[in-house]
Structure formats: C-alpha cells, structure tokens
Design a protein around this ligand. Structure first.
Ligand SMILES: NC(=O)c1ccc[n+]([C@@H]2O[C@H](COP(=O)([O-])OP(=O)(O)OC[C@H]3O[C@@H](n4cnc5c(N)ncnc54)[C@H](OP(=O)(O)O)[C@@H]3O)[C@@H](O)[C@H]2O)c1
Length: 327
C-alpha cells in the first residue's frame, strides 16, 4: 500500500509518500480501507518528536480515519465487512489501509460523506468529553474557548451551545479567523494580538470571569486564563500548542472553589477506550442530524500531506484539514 511515513523527525519535508507494508488484522481488530483522514495538531507535534503518544521513527502519522471495513478479526461483532466507520487506528492513519482495535471503531450514520466523517473523531469526541465530562458544563454557564477557529475550537463552540452554554467567547490570533468563530455560534471573538483576553473577559462579565475555559495553548495562556476564571470555574488544560508550560499556584484554587483539570484523548484511547464511546455516539448523532457542523476548510490528496502540514503550521488554517484518498 501507499502511506505517508516519517523516517526522521523534522519539518513538513520529512513526510514521505512511499510504499509500506499493509497492516495485518489480528484478533479483536478491524481492517479498514481508508477513504479520508484528518490533520490534527498532534501530528505536527509527532513529526517533531514532541507528542507523547508516538514512538520512535519510522512511523505513519495521523490519529483518525474514515473508511470501509474490509475484514474483522475474531471476536469483533459490532461491525462487519462493508460497514462505514470512523476509527482510531493502531498505527498512524495517513495510509491507504489501517487496522484499529474494535473498541476504537465507530459505525457512521448513513448520511455522512467521507470528508465530513474524517473531520469528526479527534476534535469532536475530545470537545464533547472536555465540556460534558471533564468540565461538567451545565446549562446557563459561560465558556471561553482558546484557538476557537481551529479544529477543536470550531467544534467546541458548537458543542458548548448544544450543551446549553449561555455565553461562548472564542480567542483567535488573526482577524481573518473571526468570521468562522462567529459562524459556528460564538457570542464574542477576541483577537488576543490586539486585545488582552483577560481584560476583555473581565469587562464582558463585570469582573466575575467565565465558568469554563478550554486551553490547549499552555504557558502564559494557561496562567492568564486563571485570572478570568469565575468562582467554581473549571480550567481544562488539554494541550500545549505553544510548547510552553504554565505555572499554576494551588493557593489560587481552594478559596475560590476553582479547578484545573487535564485531559488527553490519546491516554483515554490507550487506557480506557470504552470511555470514549458515549461521546462518539452523541457526536456522530449530532453530526448525522445536522445539529453539529464539521468545518472543513481545505482538502489535500493524501500524497500531499506535507503541504497540509505547512498550512496548519502557518497558523492560518481554520476548522479541519482533510487528507482525501480519492484526490
Ligand atoms: N488532549 C487531547 O485529547 C487533544 C485532542 C485534540 C487536540 N488537542 C490539542 O488541541 C489543540 C488544537 O488542536 P487542533 O488539531 O484543533 O489544532 P488547531 O486548533 O486547528 O490549530 C492550532 C491553533 O492553535 C493556535 N495557537 C495558539 N498558540 C499557538 C502557538 N504558539 N503555536 C501554534 N499554534 C498556536 C493557533 O490559532 P490562533 O493563532 O488563532 O490562536 C493555531 O491555528 C492542540 O494543542 C492539540 O494538541 C488535544
């Protein structure tokens, strides 16, 4: 088969479109012919050797794929050859064929096309878990989403609304990204390059702060987020796009009844795969019904993954970038 392979860590140029052995399905696994896969920020980190979930090169990058089940190993009962699915493959997803553990394979609603489907699993399931399960968002609360124009961001804004959030604010690093964040339903968008987000949130909330903050930037952004988190608020830290580590003082937490929480879909996939299925069921249902939109801004042939990575790394991308096997 053909696949995108990282043989040495580095920039987008290390992504090599090459022949690679087809994966072999084992008991409890599902063999899938990939129709489309998506680019996630973790793929960029993995290519530089900075993602905890990937081992040493050579490896195939990519977290999620959409495709058709070709074969199932013994013990697999919930899908069969011909079932349309999304999945988190055992190896990387930037390949024509993948195998996935059966408990990380999710049948698709019939209405979904491949490009939409491929844009769902990592960002959709994560955004749901962050808001519904980790932050335990309740109707009427306010939410601040950092990097709101991105894959997780555009999904999280919508899911926050579906879960009953009253006020949703997103941050962006470029005015060109404002429109997409407004389009997915944010009440306000802050370009942090022009307006410090702490001051903007304090002004919007009369100094109270927001109830829930989603932070996958890290460093200073994590530290500043705590300055505009309301009493009883939850700051969820789930990534470090900045590569920086923020410092949190426990004395900033107890008297205000605030919490700082962490989440990693990668860890959940490894250690508690069954915990993801309720999120998957809800998110796929919402997308199937049209209640939740997958914002796909660019499609690339799988062979041009390097260009897709360059675009995400430029920080200009919005929504999801899809690698489409049919192109
Ligand atoms: N824990 C989990 O399970 C999990 C799952 C999925 C994703 N994530 C994390 O969630 C974040 C978003 O992932 P995504 O795939 O949806 O990517 P994305 O948001 O589409 O792209 C990353 C965005 O992060 C923002 N950003 C802020 N500071 C940055 C910096 N110093 N360098 C680069 N980008 C910066 C940029 O937007 P602005 O310039 O507009 O700020 C950039 O466009 C990533 O940190 C990712 O690792 C975590």
């Amino acid at each position: 088969m053909k696949a995108v392979v990282v043989r040495t860590l580095g920039g987008p140029e290390v992504l090599e479109w090459t022949e690679w052995p087809e994966p072999v399905v084992a008991p409890g696994e599902v063999l899938i012919r990939v129709k489309a896969t998506s680019v996630n920020f973790a793929d960029i980190k993995a290519r530089y050797g900075q993602y905890h979930g990937v081992g040493e090169p050579p490896f195939i990058p990519g977290l999620d794929a959409a495709g058709v089940v070709e074969a199932v190993g013994s013990g697999v009962t919930h899908v069969e050859p011909g079932t349309r699915v999304v999945a988190f493959p055992r190896g990387g997803s930037y390949a024509e064929w993948v195998v996935a553990p059966h408990d990380l394979v999710y049948p698709l609603p019939e209405t979904l096309d491949w490009v939409t489907a491929a844009g769902i699993p990592t960002v959709g399931f994560t955004a749901y878990q962050l808001l519904a399960e980790v932050a335990r968002l309740t109707p009427g609360e306010s939410v601040l989403v950092h990097a709101a124009a991105g894959g997780v961001g555009t999904t999280a804004v919508q899911i926050a609304r579906l879960l009953g959030a009253k006020t949703i604010v997103g941050t962006v690093g470029d005015d060109a990204k404002r429109a997409v964040v407004e389009d997915v339903g944010a009440d306000a968008v802050i370009n942090y390059r022009h307006t410090p987000f702490v001051e903007a949130i304090q002004e919007m909330t009369q100094g109270r702060g927001v109830d829930v903050i989603l932070d996958a930037v890290g460093g200073r952004v994590s530290e500043d987020s705590l300055k505009c988190l309301a009493p009883f608020g939850r700051l969820v830290h789930f990534g470090s796009a900045s590569g920086e580590v923020g410092q949190i003082r426990v004395s900033d937490l107890h008297a205000s009844c605030r919490s700082v929480l962490g989440y990693s879909l990668g860890t959940a996939r490894q250690a508690k795969p069954q915990s993801i299925r309720p999120a998957a069921d809800q998110v796929l249902k919402w997308v199937g019904e049209g209640a939740l939109r997958v914002i796909v801004s660019r499609r690339y042939p799988l062979s041009e993954a390097a260009d897709a990575h360059r675009w995400m790394e430029s920080r200009q991308s919005v929504g999801k970038i899809i690698l489409d096997v049919s192109l």
